[in-house]
Design a protein around this ligand. Structure first.
Ligand SMILES: Nc1nc2c(c(=O)[nH]1)N[C@H]1C(S)=C(S)[C@@H](COP(=O)(O)O)O[C@H]1N2
Ligand SMILES: [Mo]
Length: 408
């Protein structure tokens, strides 16, 4: 089998977003094939399904430009790694890269460094490679389920995906430029461009985090070059952290001698300092910090809310769990509103930042209405609770998820 990296030179793939550029999206083709019901509280959860985006299969269309595409539940079912062509897509600004000249592309490293440098893809491919499974989850994943409702993309649970990422350590790239003494942070940006007057989408990591040896500049996703919509040719991978930091189409790195006071760190993507990022609905003046580590979550993937099963007959359930910034220690199921919990067998351990599959056979039940709840506990002992949280940005949903099951 050919090294997939050779294909990073395939200009046809590199130019693979023909049709997404310019007018292509404004005069969108016929999107609608069917409607997905995302089951948002209070209704209005209907979304179109689309296959109109290059490199993407059937996706839930939240917005066409800048694209917001959600992964339908069927793509998660039984897959510890989310297929690239079903992986969710989120961009802030319309002006996204639709082609990259891979021979001319340079990753620039500057700011508080000994020597500013510009690395070609060939330079990066010749450096030591690392590989890691990690979940990419939008800060606002599941925002549509917040009660009271909050503004922002009305994601259900599919603004998340897990992939095996291959690339180089951010640390090694920083070392090539030489971080100056006294530097405190590293700011990263990509090829997408803001409209006039708006701040470029740039995010920063503290210097120690940036140099922890796990933060990676990835050029492969599940063994293939990155889909254009997921950040071809390079993206940052920040294991265990929400994907707002996972800069796509990464083309510049700036070492900072003072903390980043830019809009996307100082004003946006901030969470309450309160436990679980939870404040009273409507609260406004509370202390905040930049969103950071993820927390445990778990989902059922082979049954939807409102599913029916046969009475007096065992049934099979399966799904996904994540530990957040540490591994999945256990997954428990309840059929009685959380009064009793039963451990579910876990699938292969792909590493602490990865999804973990789980499955279980629920013993025969009498006819009636039930709720199937699933709860993850990570290796640090952090677990999920039933009470949902609220904050005005709709970030960090973490409550135990459950689905209604009709036994008849
Ligand atoms: N260059 C760039 N990188 C970006 C963004 C962006 O708008 N521009 N959005 C971030 C956010 S908020 C999310 S949720 C993830 C989405 O990654 P994906 O589209 O590969 O799923 O990209 C992150 N990286
Ligand atoms: Mo996001």
């Amino acid at each position: 089998m050919a090294d997939p990296l050779e294909r990073i030179w395939d200009r046809r793939r590199a130019l693979g977003l023909i049709g997404l550029g310019g007018a292509g999206l404004a005069t969108a083709p016929v999107w609608a094939q069917a409607l997905a019901d995302l089951g948002m509280p209070g209704g209005n959860g209907g979304r179109l399904l689309t296959t109109a985006f290059p490199g993407k299969g059937n996706m839930i269309l939240q917005r066409s430009r800048a694209p917001l595409l959600e992964t339908p539940m069927d793509a998660f079912d039984g897959n510890v790694f989310t297929p690239n062509d079903r992986f969710f897509v989120r961009w802030h600004y319309d002006d996204i890269p639709t082609s990259v000249d891979v021979t001319r592309f340079r990753l620039k490293i500057g700011g508080a460094v000994r020597q500013p440098i510009a690395l070609s893809l060939t330079d990066l491919l010749s450096m030591p490679r690392v590989e890691l499974a990690a979940i990419n989850q939008c800060s606002g994943n599941s925002r549509g389920h917040f009660m009271p409702r909050v503004p922002g993309a009305q994601w259900s649970n599919g603004a998340i995906g897990n992939a095996r990422w291959t690339g180089v350590r951010l640390k090694d790239v920083l070392d090539r430029a030489g971080v100056a003494p006294g530097a405190v942070a590293v700011r990263l940006g990509g090829l997408d461009r803001p409209p006039p007057g708006a701040p470029a989408f740039e995010k920063s990591l503290g210097l120690d985090h940036a140099r922890d040896g796990e933060v990676m500049i990835a050029f492969l996703m599940n063994g293939e070059q990155l889909p254009m919509l997921n950040g071809f040719p390079l993206r940052l991978v920040v294991p265990g952290w929400y994907s707002t930091y996972w800069i796509k189409a990464l083309d510049r790195i700036e070492v900072l001698a003072t903390p980043d006071t830019g809009y996307w760190m100082d004003k946006a993507y901030r969470i309450p300092t309160a436990p679980r990022a939870n404040v009273a609905p409507g609260a406004k003046d509370f202390p905040t910090v930049p969103i950071n580590r993820m927390v445990p979550r778990a989902f059922v993937t082979n049954m939807a809310d409102g599913a029916s099963v046969m009475a007096h007959s065992p049934f099979f359930v399966r799904g996904l769990a994540m530990g957040g910034a540490s591994g999945v220690a256990r997954v428990d199921l309840s059929m009685d509103g959380g009064a009793s919990w039963h451990a579910a067998p876990l699938g292969t351990d792909e590493g602490k930042y990865s999804f973990r599959l789980w499955n279980a056979t629920i013993p025969a039940l009498k006819p009636g209405g039930y709720r199937l709840a699933v709860r993850c506990t990570n290796s640090k002992g952090e677990t999920q609770v039933a009470d949902p949280i609220w904050n005005p940005s709709g970030f960090m949903r973490s409550a135990i998820e459950s689905i209604a099951v009709r036994v008849a």
